[in-house]
Design a protein around this ligand. Sequence first.
Ligand code: FMN
Length: 254
Amino acid sequence: MSVVSIDKSLCTGCGQCVRDCPARNLSLLGGVARVAGGQCIECGHCFAVCPAGAVSMAGYELAGLEKTASMSEFGPERLLLAMQSRRSVRRFTGEAVSEADLARILEAGRCCPTACNAQDVHFIVLQKRIAEAEAAAVRLFRRAGKLAVLIKTLPKSVPDNFFFMGAPLAIVCASANETDAALAAAYMELCAESLGLGGFYCGYFCAAARLSGELRDIISLPDGLKPAVTLVLGHPDVKYLRRAPRRPADITRL
Ligand SMILES: Cc1cc2nc3c(=O)[nH]c(=O)nc-3n(C[C@H](O)[C@H](O)[C@H](O)COP(=O)(O)O)c2cc1C
């Protein structure tokens, strides 16, 4: 059964919801929209597009969603310049990330698109147990030998702060769908930058979590989820004065 319902007394029959539904879950009958019984993916487009406010979605908080904004408000030059200026930050002041900032960052991850609107990213917020998790990952990497074959760029000596570099916060984005997790992490990183925070993606920590059951236990990774991206965050103790050079984009145009 679809979570979507239409208030017939409010529906004007404009058909916006029918045209916008990617799952063909809605149709017009007698000038009123109705749920036709397709595979609703709960994307909320019908709710978001309805000019009459006639759509409800069971199980979702719908209050307070009226306010919207568009990326075009920033303008392409400002947005692109900010994206070009974003850098991985690996030097931190040690100041904690506030609860308000953390809530915003997690909200950026929550509102990210997911394939078929699965909303299937689990966020593991490492703060209290960040040192314990890093110590376990460091122990694993120091047992080098065969690992060095698996992880080709592993350095010869692994310092105590190898994974999180003194940052107060790391968020492991875990999902059965690694693409969903990676996109959520990218949204969160941009949000963190807008808050004046900085950080980097720690691929090494995800590699360690894939290799170590002990580490997966420490971070309480639910069964069936892959640790796809670890976003390490804190207050930057570095300022970049110019953008970093990049090779030309590798593009095929057809
Ligand atoms: C998937 C992924 C994994 C990464 N893993 C690490 C890592 O384990 N440690 C690290 O210091 N940086 C890591 N980085 C950061 C990259 O080294 C960095 O993005 C790259 O050098 C470009 O620098 P910039 O982010 O400042 O543009 C990772 C980046 C990505 C996208």
